[in-house]
Design a protein around this ligand. Structure first.
Ligand SMILES: [Zn+2]
Length: 311
């Protein structure tokens, strides 16, 4: 097998397994916030609406949703677009990870798809319920140091890891001790910076500006991307969330302005602005923080070489 064939083969396998795991992540996203169901129970997938156990052909990622025109065959319940979106994005992220690591970096690939899948779950649970499951955030904090010891290449670009790797030179891999230290420093930096921002926000605005779920999520992410990566992830997440926040406020403004015009009440414009301001602010931060962590994870190695200081 030529290296090109091996890389192509790996990407195809990653895509197919990504679809399957994406379908499993859908179950996790639906069940993790629920009290009386767990990921493994009930054992078979079922329709959340009529509780009918699904046959294998109703459970094929993407294909079933398309063939059934987005509806349950039993009760006609409209299956949320989230289901095919989660399956497609998991598969897409796995293919991307396969393309960036290649067959010779299998350890790195496995850690990357684990982190990316956790981020998919955190993102969609946060969109749905405004919370990030501890299974993802605390689980990530437990796994990050272990993964760093097993796959030190995770932290090849981290100045902390390089500084700890005795006699390290540019281009050399970092040692296990260096990777472990970078992971711990990343957790402290990621969790710490959000704790400080949350504390200042509470002092200034007198209300909780930052959910503790976000603190735990960035702590876990920092364990995989190191302290520099954690700060990059936070900056990217803040920019993405601001853009979406402004778009959201604009949308609320247009909707409520159209409504008040229909009622021929010109004085409602000021109230409309106030409503839009309040409504537009309520977007979850986790999904954008998660995107920041994902980008830092996949791109930090490439970004770091363009930094003005020697790394
Ligand atoms: Zn149904």
């Amino acid at each position: 097998m030529t290296p090109e064939t091996a890389a192509l083969f790996m990407a195809v396998v990653a895509g197919l397994f990504g679809l399957l795991i994406g379908s499993f992540l859908n179950v996790a996203i639906h069940r993790l916030p629920l009290e009386d169901e767990s990921v493994g129970r009930p054992r078979r997938s079922r329709c959340p609406s009529c509780k009918k156990t699904l046959a294998w052909f109703e459970n094929v990622p993407l294909v079933s949703w398309v063939l059934q025109l987005g509806r349950c065959r039993g009760c006609g319940w409209r299956i949320p677009v989230r289901y095919p979106v989660v399956e497609a994005s998991t598969a897409g992220l796995w293919v991307l990870a396969a393309g960036l690591t290649g067959p010779e970096d299998l350890g790195l690939f496995l850690v990357w798809i684990l982190v990316l899948s956790g981020l998919v779950v955190a993102t969609f649970v946060d969109f749905d319920c405004f919370e990030i499951p501890d299974e993802v955030s605390i689980g990530g904090m437990v796994l990050a140091p272990i993964a760093s010891l097993l796959v030190p290449a995770l932290h090849d670009a981290s100045p902390v890891a390089q500084w700890m790797s005795d006699g390290w030179q540019a281009g050399l891999p970092v040692t296990r001790a260096g990777a472990l230290l970078a992971s711990l420093a990343g957790m402290v930096a990621g969790g710490g910076v959000l704790l400080v921002i949350g504390w200042v926000g509470k002092r200034v605005y007198g209300q909780d500006a930052m959910g503790f779920g976000d603190v735990k999520l960035l702590a876990a992410g920092g364990g995989f991307v190191g302290p520099g990566g954690a700060l990059v992830a936070l900056m990217l997440g803040a920019v993405l969330a601001s853009v979406v926040g402004v778009l959201n406020m604009t949308r609320f403004f247009w909707v409520s302005r159209t409504r008040s015009r229909r009622r021929r009440n010109p004085r409602a414009l000021l109230r409309t602005l106030q409503v839009a301001r309040v409504a537009g602010r309520y977007i979850p931060f986790g999904p954008y923080l998660g995107m920041g962590i994902g980008i830092a994870l996949l791109a930090w190695n490439h970004v770091v070489q363009f930094l003005p200081w020697p790394a």
